[in-house]
Design a protein around this ligand. Sequence first.
Ligand code: ACO
Length: 429
Amino acid sequence: MEETAKLIVDGKTYELPMVRGTEGERAVDISKLRDETGLITLDPGYPNTGACKSSITFMDGEQGILRYRGYPVEQLAERSTFVETAYLLINGELPSREELTRFSVLLNDHSLVHRDMLHFFDNFPRRAHPMGILSSMVNALRAFYPELPERSEEEEILVTFTRLISKIRTMAAISYKLSRGHEVIYPRPDLTYAANFLNMMFDSPVRPYEVDPDVAQALNVFWILHADHEQNCSTAAVRLVGSARVNLYAAISAGICALWGPLHGGANQAVVEMLEDIQENGGDPGPFIERAKDRQDPFRLMGFGHRVYKTYDPRAKIMKKMADRVLKKQKGSDPLLDIARRLEEVALEDPYFIDHHLYPNVDFYSGIVMRALGIPTNMFTVMFAIGRLPGWISQWKESMDDPGWRLQRPRQVYTGPNERDYIPMDKRK
Ligand code: ACO
């Protein structure tokens, strides 16, 4: 029997259809609400609003579950690679050996950046934030490569997606090299996606870089953990901007801009800056925790809290273990990891954090992992963006393929002045 919900307004009852997802979540379908009742809903920040149906990622914030296309993120982190996970997200199924080889060959073939684009990099001020550079450069790709027409062949679609996934990594490494005034290192066909990135970042004509397979593996896991997260702020931005039928590059560029914010992907940089601040102030996290609890103080514990997870973020659990493992291998120790552990311990026993269901999120330990891999702090969010790209692409593709696609355009409840007459300048107070 079809499920319905009842809404009673001014004594009149309206029946609203219900929608059920494959994991049993239920939603009230209000798509005809205004037509039938003249009413709209108000949900600032959208915590109660489903903007779409999606078959890509499932998360349960109460139980701490995250799955891509049904596969638990823990299994993918343990057994997959970033390239394979990207394929899975975009195509819906794990690739066969041949499909994976073809995808990898395409990633290699499209890894170079048009030479003229290098001039763009040259003209950013040295202190420009790499996220600003990345969003501009991704948008600029449209000037060099064709837009995907509405009825594209499968091959054309695949090439455009691989072009983006491959070039974002090259462009990220170029922006780092140029910010240091170093020579650009080109991608190599004999290296894997992650190893290639590390090589482009750290190889130099005077100090050749040997990629450590464990480090490349850690980077794979880092990117897998960031690869998608259903309707988060940046993905919602990609879908919203994409709904105006802009080209893919522009929609992804919008996602990068959204990710930059410290309440979203920029939190990984903010966490390390906060830990450094604690270190400089003697290493005691107590005063920072007190500040985070003070309503008069805008300070928040960075890397804590999440709109959906009301328990420990499953990605943070893996990231915490990885921080230990990578540090042992690379540097032995990092005082920031000790501070982070102490901070977590104190916060998780504090009634404020318990009552507000605030736990470490993915960003809490990811900065420490990045530091151990030698990634500079201002590149952390770029690392997140590279990881999130397959998610953005698959969500964009799903929205474009949706037969019920519509331009996204929310409404509002107006609270300004009622109609009034224009006041000539000499009559104004
Ligand atoms: N430190 C202290 N208090 C917090 C924190 C925090 N990190 N996060 C939330 N709270 C408190 C708020 O003050 C509020 O308290 P109140 O109800 O007593 O007024 C309550 O918890 C709810 O906060 P909201 O801002 O309404 O929660 P929301 O779901 O909108 O925010 C967010 C989620 C933005 C992630 C928030 O937890 C935050 O600012 N965290 C720090 C930044 C961060 O780590 N961002 C990365 C998120 S993961 C990602 O995007 C990859």
